[in-house]
Design a protein around this ligand. Structure first.
Ligand SMILES: Cc1cc2nc3c(=O)[nH]c(=O)nc-3n(C[C@H](O)[C@H](O)[C@H](O)COP(=O)(O)OP(=O)(O)OC[C@H]3O[C@@H](n4cnc5c(N)ncnc54)[C@H](O)[C@@H]3O)c2cc1C
Length: 501
């Protein structure tokens, strides 16, 4: 039999491994729940519940083509060995996966085992990420080519193999506390399609203007990230729907219509999705190590547990920071700008090394996608060495993005009676904060101290040399028709700007 090994691709449409396996014979649709993966510090009960819902949904989808989903629990190597003893496995079909280091090492072991058993492993590209990429030149062009190819059709009907499923272990059995967030999205392809439909028909119109404020972003952003992360939708499907929408917009709207700006902004972000995952594919160590080695001397020896706890529980004394963290804990989602602000506050104002905060956020983001996550975390902490330093001022952010204090009042109820003139800086007004904590650091002096440390480092002679190599390997660039980069990649200009957001 052929085995289709489902991983983070829980759908039946635009699924090359499934279509190819079915075409070549009797097929087992398999999901392997790996308890060891859940022992890592980056997963949470919210992911477990979303996964369960997505698997139930996948089984319903598979039924339509005469298959059932078999769930096995254990190490992949053991599951494959057992299945191969009972049924001769002709081939294993899966998508290439760029996930965390644990899955990377597991895939190496699986490849070795399959080699020993002489079972071919057919791995298919699942997004714009390219395996064994030699150079970033031409990457964007290849991304567009992949996205423009027709999505793989749902196979008509399959010859199935019946194998009993195991029971999924409970959260207790895998040692994860059940802290499911009450307002999270629910798993399954129907939910994903409903979201994308409402985004393109209505919600997306003001996307470009409203994505930065958490007051509007929950409604105006597409909110498809979790469905992409679990693979209920493929990024190619989304790209093609967006392209269709873009064509309609250009026919039916006038220059200056908010839709035009929004669709362009949205489509760029679909490319960024793969651009960031490509970084992890090319340099898996960014999950643990600073991309720019000169930044190793910045924060490695400093970790203030009390500050970290205040940050992760939403009790820093900065209302907008705390509102964002509490909203994230309750909903599993936050808009881009506010994610960046949370990391900036931890990395600069609190001068915390990014590793522990990144794990907390990985557990909180329902859409946790290691490739995007670690690259973004390092970018917002100033350890990539090639991006502009962005130190967000949380008070200014609150005043800009939540001027009326609506978002703060929703998530920090201790402050709900304050007028908008006091809500961003309650410590300046007597008795106005109630049980709400005083600021754990002084915003201005913490920001200035961080800024001077990071810029001093950037001026060191070795810094630029290392940055040049990083730009060469990881930076995105436009390609001319002749296949050469359009312009010399300049990084000095951007990193010299002290952008105080
Ligand atoms: C510190 C930090 C950590 C992040 N961690 C993750 C993560 O674990 N998983 C994740 O999917 N996104 C992550 N992002 C990127 C971004 O915040 C989310 O993709 C976005 O908020 C998801 O909401 P949406 O689906 O409504 O996005 P939309 O704005 O509607 O965008 C559509 C899609 O484009 C992609 N996208 C959007 N913005 C970015 C971006 N800046 N970089 C790369 N791809 C992007 C996503 O796939 C997203 O679903 C992180 C950003 C920061 C600053």
């Amino acid at each position: 039999m052929n085995v289709v090994w489902f991983k983070r691709d829980l759908r039946i449409s635009d699924h090359d491994p499934l279509a190819s396996a079915i075409e070549s014979g009797a097929t087992l649709a398999l999901y392997i729940f790996e308890p060891a993966l859940w022992q890592g510090k980056d997963l949470d009960s919210r992911h477990y519940h979303f996964l369960q819902e997505s698997l139930t949904d996948l089984d319903i989808q598979l039924k339509k083509i005469n298959l059932r989903l078999t769930i096995k629990v254990g190490d992949v190597e053991d599951v494959i060995k057992q299945l191969n003893e009972g049924f001769h496995i002709k081939g294993v079909f899966s998508h290439q996966e760029t996930w965390n280091d644990w899955t990377h090492q597991r895939d190496k072991r699986v490849a070795k085992l399959l080699g020993q058993l002489s079972i071919p492993w057919h791995q298919f590209q699942q997004n714009g990420v390219i395996r064994k990429l030699e150079s970033r030149n031409g990457w964007a062009m290849r991304w567009h080519q992949f996205m423009s190819n027709a999505p793989i059709k749902v196979p008509v009907c399959a010859q199935s193999i019946k194998v009993e499923s195991d029971n999924m272990p409970t959260l207790k059995e895998i040692g994860i506390p059940n802290t499911d967030c009450g307002y999270r999205q629910t798993g399954g392809r129907d939910m994903a399609l409903t979201l994308i439909d409402s985004f393109f028909s209505m919600r997306g119109e003001r996307y470009a203007k409203e994505m930065s404020s958490p007051v509007t972003a929950y409604e105006s952003c597409s909110r498809i990230s979790t469905y992409l992360a679990f693979g209920s939708l493929s990024i190619r499907e989304v790209y093609q729907l967006a392209l269709q929408k873009k064509k309609e917009i250009y026919v039916h709207t006038v220059t200056g219509s908010p839709w035009r700006q929004s669709i362009r902004a949205f489509m760029s972000r679909l490319r960024w999705h793969c651009h960031f995952i490509q970084k992890l594919e090319d340099e898996p160590t960014i999950e643990f190590k600073n991309l720019h080695s000169a930044t190793d001397t910045l924060r490695e020896l400093h970790f203030d547990r009390e500050h970290f706890d205040a940050w992760q529980t939403g009790r820093t004394g900065y209302p907008f920071v705390d509102a964002c963290m509490r909203a994230l804990r309750a909903t599993g989602w936050l808009n881009f700008r506010m994610r960046a602000m949370l990391v900036s506050f931890a990395s600069y104002h609190l001068w915390l090394h990014w590793r522990e905060p990144s794990l907390h956020l990985a557990r909180m983001f329902l859409d946790y996608e290691p490739g995007i996550h670690y690259a973004q975390i390092q970018m917002q902490s100033g350890t990539t060495g090639i991006n502009a330093i962005r130190i967000y001022n949380p008070i200014k952010q609150g005043m800009d993005q939540d001027p009326e204090g609506i978002f703060i009042k929703k998530w920090v109820p201790e402050l709900s009676s304050l007028p908008k003139t006091e809500i961003h800086t309650p410590w300046l007004f007597e008795h106005s904060g109630g049980t709400y904590p005083a600021p754990i650091v002084d915003e201005k002096s913490a920001r200035r101290a961080a800024s001077s440390k990071i810029y001093a480092l950037r001026r060191s002679p070795t810094f630029k040399k290392i940055s040049t190599k990083i730009v060469e390997k990881h930076a995105s660039r436009k390609q001319s028709a002749k296949g050469k980069p359009k312009k010399k990649i300049a990084f000095t200009k951007s990193w010299k700007q002290n952008e105080l957001f």
